[in-house]
Design a protein around this ligand. Sequence first.
Ligand SMILES: *Cc1c(COP(=O)(O)O)cnc(C)c1O
Length: 421
Amino acid sequence: MELVRKALDAGMVREDDTAFVLYDLDLLERRLGDVVAAFGPQALAAAAVKANPLPPVLAFLAGLGAGAEAASLPEIHLALEAGVAPARIVFDSPAKTVEELRLALARGIRVNADNFEELARLGELAATLGIAPRAGLRVNPQVGLGRIRATSVAGAYSKFGVPVTQREAILAAFARHPWLDGLHVHIGSQGCPLDLLVAGVGAVYDLAGEIDRRLGGRRVRCFDFGGGLPVAYRDTDAPPTPETYAAALAVRCPELFSGRFRLVTEFGRFLHAPCAVAASRVEYVKRQIGHRTAVLHLGADMFVRECYNPRNWPHRTRALTPDGREKGGRAYSWHLAGPLCFSGDFPVWRAKLPELAPGDLVVVEDVGAYTLAMWSRYNSRQMPRILAARGGRFTVLRERETPADVVRFWRGAADAPTGGE
Ligand SMILES: *Cc1c(COP(=O)(O)O)cnc(C)c1O
């Protein structure tokens, strides 16, 4: 909480900043360093854009040598504009359009095809444009679901990828498309224990071996094992580190790190989640018998998953005085209510915090991934000021939206048609 106080002392939070988000870029650099140390400097560390699409953060990661995993046309553009070299972008999505595939081909962006139809489409486009695709095939290892169904993608059924049981069809696809040179697997995001992650990668690793044996030579040159490394949201969580994940993979998949494959990782949550806190002023405190409610300026606009599925998405919280000192004293159970007009708007329900008063700050920890990235326009609130700390200095990564910004969002492009006669 030291950084929050320093940001306040440095005058980075103005009177009308009812809430703000603060990124610790030094920590982000260390987390990327952990990934590079575990999987090797040769592996492409493609950061999942969907976890945190803030352009200055993407540019910061690009400057440290990271790549980007994009899953939509705008995510590709976000990565390109942040200075990620096209060769360091991987494009995943289950709904890639002709337009998107054409851009990927033209720019030399690696594509992980989700299905056989997409592979065929990619092959036709490539033939027309006279460009050899850089492509892998996403395979669902079907090793089972993690703790959180909505973010698990390796069950017997998934909307993603080709089931690993369709072995002959996968082999036929590799035989048909000589440019197809990779396999891609992603098991889930948060809630997947180490064993499940390793089993999923292992199943696809075995498939790679079989493809090479049956088709002869080295057909699988690129192995992309996705993201999914979980993080701690509670003091009792003890997630694996990149180091322990890599060690477990090396046991299950002996040749994975031998230099035989070009490796790609696509971590999002692991890199970003612990690197930011969100802080909100307490606007009002409401008391009812058996209930203490603090009304905050961040709710389901920033904490979509937390509000709709609080059991799976807990956060640690802290209480600070208006000038940023940690509050002490006896802890009570607080409902932290957001500002939106619906009754499920509680980023944290039953936070253990000391006595709160209007003007205090409530800090929500571990918000660097999948919070701001899922910002909702419901109730048309202004996205808060986004700050960053780097080497003891503070900068504004994104200014607080003005009411005019929000009006402009809903109005749409200036040259939008105004209706027919
Ligand atoms: C979401 C996603 C990721 C990132 O997952 P994390 O849990 O944030 O590491 C990586 N690859 C694919 C294909 C994804 O869908």
